[in-house]
Design a protein around this ligand. Structure first.
Ligand SMILES: *Cc1c(COP(=O)(O)O)cnc(C)c1O
Length: 365
């Protein structure tokens, strides 16, 4: 048998989570964000699960977009950073993609392009995040140039929030964006998962497209405020493995590299076939939750490249071969990816995206 670590992608959970997004989105249309290989879940697997219920997909790379077209998906596909060269502009048009334009050189490429068919464009404005986008004051000039181009099928106004999940919220950025909308009456797209779930009234509507990502995968966009379960989301990925070794420790004995954990009494320690080379966070300290044989326990000591240690002291029935859930799972074996992420000082986004290629992935219908 091969090494027992595996990731299971739950197609049903993906569909359920999209339905949660749709409910929040009301009349808005939904771009399911499948960038970064669908946050580690597999772009084709995820697209197939969501195809019947989404209005479109959003991602970064032309190659991923092409893979979706080759798999037969006719949906709108939005390139979230637009294209990176003039040559990509033609390829994007051939694939019938929608493009973000956030930068003058992208506009220049579009103006000088001869395209087989016109492109749908999202004109992106920097309303305060200071990452990508034009200044709002440039809107009239940009729209005048774009709207007269035969290369352009339609224009949607776009922005992105920096603190939709935090204290600040979206009010300040919204106040910068709203006059653009009022002046142009164009369709618009603003919301990531956090904004969609926290401020649906401000970011949804018949003219709106929303862009949920993380919530589709069953993690909370604001785990400190509400857990994924409280938001009605289900884990779309279970990372599981098995116990491959057991050690009996005496008081004072230590576990793993650096001897970071020291037993203060007799203990049973299980060794799990999962390490940071599988994508498990090395910074997860002693006490990170993990489920063994359907019961919650904790990790011990430092995570190694290929293994980590768990506390079996209160699980006498769990020995070599016992099933382990690192995150995902259900019932008593459920461990939220957000819990592991928080323990390791990161976010579930990073855990999912870091899933290593060596982990075998299977899909549950
Ligand atoms: C990644 C991304 C999203 C999705 O964000 P989530 O927080 O995962 O919902 C939406 N819009 C843009 C521009 C993005 O880059």
């Amino acid at each position: 048998m091969s090494r027992p670590i595996r990731a299971t992608i739950h197609a049903q959970a993906l569909r359920h989570n999209l339905a949660v997004a749709r409910r929040a989105a009301g009349a808005s249309r939904v771009w399911s964000v499948v960038k970064a290989n669908a946050y580690g879940h597999g772009v084709l697997t995820t697209a197939q699960a969501l195809a019947a219920d989404t209005d479109g997909f959003a991602l970064l790379g032309l190659d991923e977009a092409q893979a979706l077209r080759q798999a037969g998906h006719p949906h709108p596909i939005l390139l979230l950073e637009g294209v990176f060269s003039a040559a990509e502009m033609s390829r994007a048009a051939e694939l019938g993609l929608s493009l973000v334009i956030h930068e003058p050189r992208q506009l220049a490429w579009l103006e000088s392009a001869t395209l087989g068919r016109p492109l749908a464009v999202c004109l992106k404005f920097n309303t305060g995040m200071n990452r990508l986008g034009f200044r709002p004051s440039e809107a009239p000039g940009l729209l005048a140039r774009l709207l007269k181009l035969p290369q352009v099928a339609d224009v949607t106004l776009m922005s992105h929030f920096a603190e939709a999940d935090g204290e600040e919220g979206i009010a300040d950025q919204l106040a910068v964006f709203r006059p653009l909308l009022a002046a142009s009456q164009l369709p618009f797209t603003l919301a990531n998962s956090a904004a969609l779930l926290r401020f649906p009234d401000a970011v949804c509507g018949r003219q709106a497209w929303v862009r949920p990502g993380i919530m589709l995968y069953g993690a909370s966009p604001f785990p400190d405020r509400q857990s994924a379960a409280q938001l009605g989301l289900r884990p779309a990925m279970t990372l599981s493995s098995e116990i491959i070794g057991v050690q009996a420790l005496q008081a004072g004995e230590k576990v793993g590299y650096g001897g970071l954990f020291r037993a203060d009494g007799p203990m049973r320690v299980g060794v799990v076939a999962c390490g940071y080379a599988d994508g498990y966070p090395r910074h997860a300290p002693t006490g990170t939750p993990v489920a063994v044989a359907g019961r919650r326990t904790r990790t011990l000591g430092r995570v190694s490249m290929d293994m980590l240690a768990v506390d079996l002291t209160d699980l006498p029935e769990a020995g070599v071969g016992a099933p382990v859930v690192l995150w995902g799972g259900e019932g008593d074996a459920h461990i939220a990816a957000d819990e592991v992420a928080s323990s390791a000082g990161t976010i579930a986004y990073e855990l999912f995206c870091a899933l290593a290629p060596r982990v075998a992935v299977s899909v549950a219908p």
